[in-house]
Design a protein around this ligand. Structure first.
Ligand code: ADP
Ligand code: MG
Length: 224
């Protein structure tokens, strides 16, 4: 039984970013990236995401999901508080690095926002040192994030936004236990956003465990 409410998302109306209730600095970040119109997934998800709702978003690769969750988590962030306020779980280092880079570009005009990409396959010590210096947003692969939690280097007491990016791929790669462990250590009072190209049973289970009254959005690939 799913707690998700289903919401039809037919082609979202084309809309400009400046219609969104975004802080001015983030509007500047969007403009700096050269974005003017929202993509369908952004138009469908950003109003609810900015209102703090939990979301399950099914959308194809290349549809603009990074800015969809990126703007939501950055808008909720208080950069004067030096604690990790947003955590983004990604399947691979390459994707985590790309997400971190786009978030940095979006946040550039928003002052001193520290965004780290922390993945496996590299020594932990520099990552522990980076975390000790303070970070607002952490993007990374589930296994390494769990290891950093285990040693107390990553602390999630101030977390506001948890994002599962490419959740189906993380599941395919066998990350489910790490995803569950990490999500279980996040404060109950938070927003959770789950993005996935497909919606297999495993994702539905994960969503019913970790999302609260999620709105479920499906954005299909452009037919053109
Ligand atoms: P996904 O995560 O859905 O695969 P991305 O977030 O990586 O997609 O975005 C795909 C590409 O589209 C990136 O190069 C990104 O910079 C670009 N993009 C995203 N949103 C917009 C937009 N509103 N206008 C123009 N380009 C965009
Ligand atoms: Mg992506």
């Amino acid at each position: 039984m799913s707690a998700a409410s289903s919401a039809p998302v037919s082609p979202a109306p084309v809309a400009a970013f400046d219609q969104l209730p975004l802080p001015e600095a983030l509007k500047a970040g969007v403009a700096a990236l050269g974005f003017t119109q929202m993509t369908p997934v952004q138009a469908a998800s950003l109003p609810a995401a900015l209102a703090g709702e939990d979301l399950i978003v099914q959308a194809p690769t290349g549809s603009g999901k990074t800015a969809a969750f990126g703007l939501a988590l950055l808008a909720a962030l208080d950069s004067s508080l030096w604690q990790v306020q947003a955590l983004v779980l990604c399947p691979t280092r390459e994707l985590a690095d790309q997400v971190a880079e786009e978030l940095r570009r979006l946040a550039r005009a928003a002052g001193n926002v520290k965004i780290l990409s922390l993945c496996g396959g590299t020594p932990m010590r520099p990552q522990r040192e980076s975390l000790a210096h303070g970070a607002h947003v952490v993007v990374g692969t589930p296994g390494r994030l769990m290891d950093l939690l285990d040693v107390g280097a990553l602390q999630l007491g101030g977390l506001q936004t948890l994002v599962f990016d490419e959740a189906d791929r993380m599941l395919d790669m066998g990350f489910i236990d790490d995803m569950v462990t990490v999500a279980s250590q996040c404060p109950a009072e938070r927003q959770t956003l789950l993005f996935s190209a497909t919606y297999p049973e495993g994702i539905a289970k994960l969503a019913s465990r970790f999302l609260r009254k999620p709105r479920q959005l499906t954005v299909s690939a452009p037919t053109a």
